[in-house]
Design a protein around this ligand. Structure first.
Ligand SMILES: *Cc1c(COP(=O)(O)O)cnc(C)c1O
Length: 437
């Protein structure tokens, strides 16, 4: 039986009168998959409920933050209590150091950190700091990696940018990105070549250690260690953008998951999403010697009216405490549930003769509609995005809400269990038929 989206369609029409595209972030408009996006009324655990009363298994978790499920009771209570003490002071509170300490318990590479209000700010500030510290202008990033929408990083940026087929963005002058080198991911030789051709000029290499913003792409064996070695050799900083992977792949993110093969820690790390438990928080941190270059101690300026916001700190503390309380069982459980979903659907696709490549690392995964192995943005882009769009709509009609783009990772949270696995597999059984018709 087809779901009704009548109320959401009305709300979309109304929103479009006031907001460009009816949204505050482009991917929410469903441009890549078509059809009206459902308007959310509330969410609990693994489920979203829309304005028409439809219930969906949530497979994107607010794009990552909802590791422990929606309306996680300890976070809800902490936010309530903090709100009663006022939403913002613009002055220091004890909870900033309290949340920082919890973060550092998970990230040995972070000796000092600063809170900001988004992943975009975290990456933008980390780049400024790297340039200030090294006194060098160039930044290396990778095709399909997204580091937020700061001008200098909006080059071959995957995710929503890839979805819309724009190489970068209008409004970004060439001079702003002339010091950004965008290279293919998983290819060490091109990085070596860039360092060789820009002697003493490259401040840092920033990457998603596991890519989520081109769909899920894992680093090839030796790739992360190679980047650690080449940056060290040329005196450049290595920045792990763990806004998505932090607290998701492990409490200590990709740098914990790949610790043994990494051969050293990143110099700087950015975090976001889960660290704020659904409230706007970003983090950049790393070696104390570098972080002390920040104002008020050092010459690199960075500031924020709402940075370290008390509600956000409270939500983050409640979330990270819960993560640390059951660190091992949490990630083992996520791995198991995600494998059941990702590999279960992959098997169904194979049975139906559908070309699909499933990439999964921990609780993030992507079903690429392509027979190719997906190891970088170029191979991700061989996907049949029209088939993905049909699959997405067919899943939505069956009560499963996937991220609305082929170039976005799906997420599983602790609230997903055997019942949700069954629902996703059951929905996919029918939806795959519609995807390739
Ligand atoms: C989401 C994301 C960002 C940007 O974070 P915002 O909070 O949306 O500004 C940066 N880097 C990565 C890897 C992300 O996934």
């Amino acid at each position: 039986m087809a779901l009704s989206f009548a109320r959401s369609a009305e709300l979309q029409e109304r929103a479009e009168r006031f907001l460009p595209g009816g949204v505050d972030s482009p991917v929410r408009a469903f441009g890549a998959v078509g059809g009206h996006p459902p308007f959310v009324e509330r969410a609990e655990g693994a489920y979203l409920v829309d304005a028409d009363g439809n219930r969906f298994v949530d497979m994107f978790g607010s794009w990552g933050p909802m590791l422990l499920g929606h309306a996680f009771p300890p976070a809800v209570e902490a936010i309530r209590q903090a709100a009663g003490r006022s939403a913002s002071f613009g002055a220091s509170t004890a909870d900033e150091a309290n949340l920082a300490e919890l973060v550092m318990e998970c990230y040995p590479s972070i000796e000092k950190l600063r809170f900001v209000s988004s992943g975009t700010e975290a990456c933008m500030s980390a780049i400024r700091l790297a340039r200030g510290f090294t006194e060098r202008p160039f930044v290396i990033k990778f095709e399909g990696c997204y580091h937020g929408h700061a001008d200098a990083l909006l080059v071959k940026a995957g995710s929503g940018v890839a979805t819309f087929g724009i190489p970068g963005s209008a409004g970004v002058p060439a001079e702003t990105v002339m010091h950004t080198l965008a290279l293919p991911y998983n290819d060490l030789a091109v990085v070596e070549a860039a360092f060789a051709s820009h002697p003493g000029q490259i401040a840092c290499v920033i990457l998603e250690p596991v890519v989520g913003n081109a769909g899920t792409i894992a680093p090839q064996p030796g790739y992360l260690a190679g980047l650690r070695a080449v940056t060290q050799r040329y005196g450049a900083l290595l920045i792990f953008d763990e806004v998505m992977t932090g607290f998701r792949l492990a409490a200590g993110g990709a740098q914990e998951l790949f610790a043994r093969e990494l051969g050293g820690l990143p110099d700087l790390t950015t975090l976001g999403k889960i660290v704020g438990g659904g409230l706007p928080v970003g983090v950049f941190g790393g070696r104390a010697e570098i972080m002390d270059y920040l104002a008020p101690l050092g010459p690199v300026y960075q500031a924020g009216t709402l940075s370290g916001n008390p509600l956000a700190m409270a939500a983050g503390i409640a979330t990270l405490r819960a993560v640390l309380e059951r660190r091992d069982s949490l990630y083992a459980g996520l791995d198991k549930t995600t494998a059941a979903i990702a590999e279960g659907v992959s098997k169904l696709a194979a049975e139906q003769g559908i070309a699909m490549t499933t990439n999964r690392v921990g609780s993030m995964f992507t079903w690429f509609f392509t027979p190719e192995r997906v190891t970088d943005f170029g191979t991700a882009a061989t996907s049949d995005t029209a088939a993905f769009a049909r699959f997405h709509r067919a899943m939505l009609e069956r009560g499963v809400w996937l991220p609305p783009s082929q170039y976005e990772a799906a997420f599983v949270g602790a609230a997903h269990g055997p019942a949700e696995v069954e629902m996703v597999l059951e929905a996919a059984r029918g939806a795959l038929k519609e995807a390739v018709r």
